[in-house]
Write a protein of this length. Structure first.
Length: 104
């Protein structure tokens, strides 16, 4: 039988993992994460053009990713620049990108 501590630890880790992959649960949010991992100083307008979405929808996606701790957005002049929130998040995106190349 598993100890109650182990059960709680697994439950907690699975919730964290669920939050982690939620950033990729929407294909456009996944694209955003991959673009900002690859290129620095992309704006909401740049991301909107790259993904073929409206600026307002892109702003919503960026806000969702900010709320989830994936990205940071900073206003520079009239533009909002988006970057990954940490080096750790960059490593996760790169790992997912690497493994996605081998999926069918």
């Amino acid at each position: 039988m598993l100890s109650p501590e182990l059960v709680l630890a697994i439950r907690h880790e699975s919730l964290l993992a669920s939050d982690l992959v939620n950033g990729f649960s929407n294909p456009v949010r996944g694209q955003i994460l991959m673009y900002v991992a690859q290129f620095t100083a992309l704006t909401v307008g740049d991301l909107s053009s790259l993904t073929g979405t409206s600026i307002s929808l892109m702003s919503l996606y960026v806000t969702q990713l900010q709320d989830a701790g994936w990205v940071c957005a900073e206003t520079v002049g009239r533009a909002r620049q988006v970057r990954l929130a940490s080096e750790h998040r960059t490593q996760i995106v790169e790992l997912i990108r690497h493994h996605s190349r081998h999926m069918k």
